[in-house]
Design a protein around this ligand. Structure first.
Ligand code: ADP
Ligand code: ADP
Length: 225
């Protein structure tokens, strides 16, 4: 459980201001959707929280600790990308164990953590499969397990279902929401789909041109004309 605070966050690329003075506070265990059209700055915000992009100015605090200058591997965040494919030359186990092996955890502990991450996403026993043998939905579940296995305080999901068909998207949406609530993990979820935001979010932050235009519980935003 953790709180996330973003203060005056800005990111400028050569001639574009991708993110412009964003302030945001996410409560313990809350799921906030960043909703907005393509190019509104959603991904850039998420990548800055994960440490994959350096802010031009501003600060990112997790449980009051300033993480703005820490590299990704030293942040208590787990990020799942839309397009960040799994390593297809490795087994499911190998994909999920990778980060744990880098941390030199004992083998027995790695095995235990990987197995429970797989159970969590409904893929118990799939460790020895090659990821290329899995369906699209199963691959996304593995990617989710990979981002959860290091037990991050903050989960960052960047359009994780964008490549899936409607039916699967709706199912995974419910699964992820269920897992998120069971773990009580503070989560930021990027999407450009209103229905997806409505189905998942405690609160929705509506992004436009790099700014938060509005932030409110889903039902409040959708009650408006
Ligand atoms: P979204 O996730 O809402 O689609 P992005 O955060 O990807 O928006 O992009 C916000 C703006 O920043 C866009 O105008 C985009 O073109 C620009 N941008 C994003 N990444 C880069 C980059 N690496 N170099 C230059 N411009 C970028
Ligand atoms: P190494 O460090 O050489 O990868 P491991 O003992 O970590 O050795 O794993 C060897 C292989 O056994 C892995 O690549 C994986 O495919 C399989 N494996 C190990 N533990 C499990 C497990 N709990 N579930 C499924 N497969 C496993």
């Amino acid at each position: 459980m953790a709180q996330l605070t973003i203060q005056n966050l800005r990111k400028c690329f050569a001639s574009t201001t991708a993110v412009d003075s964003v302030n945001l506070h996410v409560e313990d265990g809350e799921l906030i959707c960043l909703l907005g059209p393509s190019g509104s700055g959603k991904s850039t915000i998420l990548r800055m929280i994960g440490g994959f992009e350096h802010p031009t100015s501003g600060a990112i605090l997790i449980d009051g600790q300033d993480v703005t200058r820490l590299p990704p591997e030293r942040r208590p965040t787990g990020m799942m990308f839309q397009s960040h494919a799994l390593w297809s030359h490795m087994t499911v186990f190998g994909n999920i164990a990778f980060g744990l092996k880098l941390r030199r955890l004992p083998k027995a502990e790695i095995r235990e953590k990987v197995e429970s991450a797989l159970e969590l996403v409904g893929l118990g026993g799939y460790g020895t499969r090659m990821t290329s043998q899995l369906s699209g939905g199963q691959q996304q579940r593995v990617a989710l397990a990979r981002s959860l296995v290091l037990e991050p305080k903050i989960l960052l999901l960047d359009e994780p279902f964008a490549s899936l068909d409607q039916h699967l998207r709706e199912r995974l949406r419910e699964e992820v929401r269920d897992i998120q609530q069971r773990l009580g993990i503070t989560t930021l979820f990027v999407t450009h789909g209103q229905d997806e935001a409505l189905a998942m979010a405690d609160r929705i932050a509506v992004l436009r041109d790099g700014r938060i235009e509005q932030i409110a519980p889903a039902d409040v935003i959708y009650r408006q004309p």
